[in-house]
Write a protein that binds this ligand. Structure first.
Ligand SMILES: Nc1nc2c(ncn2[C@@H]2O[C@H](COP(=O)(O)OP(=O)(O)O)[C@@H](O)[C@H]2O)c(=O)[nH]1
Ligand SMILES: [Mg+2]
Length: 313
């Protein structure tokens, strides 16, 4: 969310890797909120899949929603205000997109300050914060995304803005170029890697954003391998128990829960490295070696657990 014409839909499109939402150089092009279920890149999941060689690999996901721009007075119903605030109440976390790029061809909502200046950025954030507060939305995990110009993604100016905004608003802040992310959609894996090394960054802005969203929600990841057929990463609230994890995988699993067999993904990968190509069933091997632990329903799931649920009917 954020003010109109800051690049929300452009960023959202990049996230969705398809042009679901309309973008246009006019405010209020987004009437209906759009949802995108976005896979979370996970190198442990990739390694686990290489080891287990399942028919199918399914990553954890974060669902992003593109919401129409907010204007001052939204809490009184200005613009699409009420609809906007109602939608925000439902989400687990807020990605607040702020305009930090200069482009005279894109109408700015802020007439008081020069577009892309520190003052404009502060002012925009404050306008939105006031509306959220008056709309009764408090204490939601949030991240501020400064949508900076293409040439500014690694600049000193951007680094300083990130620090200033983080300190002023006490909210995690990252910089992204929505335009670059939009261009990256059409890149294949090789081109993407080449871009990253040229730009001198280890991950795209989107990856950074997805990861930030994930950690903001205080989620951990556990894995199931379904007898070697399907390697699946799941997100879970930190501190959740085995029975809650079972419920995520299948409601019937929670009902018929007997026990959970569990091993950390790193231990399983390590075992895989030790035995090389000679094993057929890594799970059975890990179990035979006594590396798989038996846990009850109240076991607190650890980040990186690979779990096999034992259920009765
Ligand atoms: N130059 C430039 N234009 C952008 C950038 N991000 C978005 N725009 C343009 O700004 C306009 C509004 O973008 P949009 O994503 O629809 O904004 P929204 O109202 O926040 O959803 C579109 O014409 C975009 O192409 C950017 O990083 N740089
Ligand atoms: Mg939009």
């Amino acid at each position: 969310m954020g003010l109109p014409n800051v690049g929300k839909s452009t960023l959202f499109n990049a996230l969705a890797s398809r042009r679901l939402a309309e973008t246009a150089p006019r405010p209020f092009t987004t009437i209906e909120p759009h949802e995108a279920v976005v896979p979370v890149r996970d190198s442990d999941l990739e390694k686990l899949a290489e080891l287990v060689k399942p028919e199918k690999t399914i990553p954890a996901t974060v669902t992003f929603i593109d919401i129409a721009g907010l204007v001052a007075g939204a809490h009184k119903g200005e613009g699409l205000g009420n609809q906007f605030l109602a939608k925000i109440r439902e989400v687990d976390a807020i990605v607040h997109v702020v305009r930090a790029f200069y482009d005279p061809s894109v109408v700015s909502q802020n007439e008081k300050y020069e577009t892309g200046s520190q003052e404009q950025i502060y002012d925009d954030i404050e306008i939105v914060n006031i509306e959220l507060e008056l709309g009764g939305i408090k204490d939601k995990p949030s991240v501020i995304v400064l949508n900076v110009g293409e040439d500014d993604i690694n600049s000193l100016d951007t680094k300083e803005k990130i620090i200033a905004v983080t300190e002023k608003f006490k909210i995690a802040t990252i910089a992204i170029s929505a335009k670059i992310e939009e261009d990256l959609i059409d890149f294949n894996e090789d081109e993407r890697r080449q871009y990253l090394s040229q730009a001198g960054v280890s991950e795209t802005g989107l990856e950074k954003l997805i990861k930030t969203a994930y950690s903001m929600l205080d989620l951990i990841t556990f894995y199931t391998i379904k007898g070697g057929k399907e390697v699946h990463a799941w997100s879970l609230k930190r501190g959740a128990s085995a029975i809650e994890a079972a419920e995520k995988v299948h409601t019937d699993f929670a009902k018929g829960f007997i026990k959970a067999e569990e091993i950390l993904v790193h231990r399983l990968l390590e075992l895989g490295r030790q035995v090389g190509e000679t094993h057929h069933d890594i799970w059975t091997l890990a179990r035979e070696k006594g590396l798989v632990k038996l846990e009850g329903r109240d076991y607190i799931v650890q980040d990186g657990d690979v779990i096999e649920f034992k259920v009765g009917s």
